[in-house]
Design a protein around this ligand. Sequence first.
Ligand code: AMP
Ligand code: ZN
Length: 469
Amino acid sequence: MELTLYNSLTRKKEAFKPADSKRVTMYNCGPTVYSYAHIGNARAAVVADVLFRVLRHIYGEDHVVYARNLTDIDDKIIKAAQELGVPIEEITEKYARIYNEDLAALNCLAPTMQPKATDHIEQMSDIIVELLDKEIAYISEGHVLFDVTKMKDYGKLSGRKLDDNLAGARVEVASYKKNAGDFVLWKPSKKDEPSWNPSNRFPPGRPGWHLECSAMIKEQLGDTIDIHLGGVDLKFPHHENEIAQSECANEKPLAKFWVHNEFLNMGKDKMSKSVGNVVLVHDLLKDWDGEVIRLALLKAHYRSELVWSDDLLKESKENLDHAYRYKFAAMEFQKINTGTLFGFDISLFNDLGTPEAFKDIIFHSGFVSQVVQRIDKGKDLSWADAKALDEYINSWNLLGLLQKDPEEWFRGKGKDGGLSDGEIEALILERTEVRAAKNWARADEIRDVFAEENIILEDGKDGTTWRRG
Ligand code: AMP
Ligand code: ZN
């Protein structure tokens, strides 16, 4: 099965081919760790995780190297540490830990590596020296700057012309810049700010943001990587400048594929701290299972905007309740493990078409539901029945969903108040099971849950029906 991806650099959908199928490399610009991640940040991470899973599926788990960095030195981090009067590491370590925990709750696999900017000062210095040697970078008033007029194809990713930048610059150009579009590679540290002195070729100070990623990619993954990811807001200036630094220093393309996710919006506005409309992953996880949030994030194609809403979460929860009911039935009766996917990969591998992939799953679930009814009636399953169940679960799993034990799912954070229809049906199924197994303690527990929720069961010759009292 071929994977195609939309490449922002060529502005086309292209067949993906790694340079080395035994070491497929991907890099995602990670968080600046000074506060909690919001659900827009999580969208970028979940999209990258789906791609990571798809690549592992195609090339094998040990053949994909995924680096997601931590920006652990930055104005906002310094400010947060100064305000609280604590060392910088206290802030960065705390929020890196929370970020990783929140993403793990959304079933994001741990990246293969999580390099830190402050561990790569030497490598940043090497790039600066290379650019100074080539006279592409220059030193001015304690800064090292990249001279954008020295790069012929500067602007190729975002499509911005240098002239646009220069003519369109409404803000006053800093006195230390030769051209309005020049960007900082290295800057002086103020008093009380961390400072490094890695080379006698340029003054002491601290790195510019763009340079960090170029240094980490080169050190951890190589001069040219297969895929570089990030939100569309990073295309310019961040990714454009990563390309400028790396390609001028290394004289090789930085990334073959550039994959950018669109924004998650609240109404019409991008979710962002500066607008003040953020919903934190950490807070949402108090009310919703991480899988519900993950599914909600994948309901739109990654290149479309996603408008966040409670309804999106409710709908996702309903979808998963049904799926877990089928998984519960499958766990008891599944006889085979095919590892196959009923063709839903055609949608998913077409530029990560998650909405189409979910449509395929819902379509397939019509068949699965009939299989589950046959199970409920105590009938034996055919091989085709067992295969249908197995493929259904495999397909959810490839998306990083339906990974929990169904009993844990229904006991846990189905938290939206009362039991949903799917949950009730799953509990009835479990009740039949545990009674057959003479597990009276669990049968009593289930009876109590129904009593508490005022749900009335009627056992008839065709099975159990239920209604809300
Ligand atoms: P930041 O911590 O702001 O650098 O963002 C981390 C990642 O989240 C980057 O890839 C951003 O492009 C992405 N991002 C930030 N806000 C949003 C949003 N509202 N929707 C989608 N992605 C976002
Ligand atoms: Zn970056």
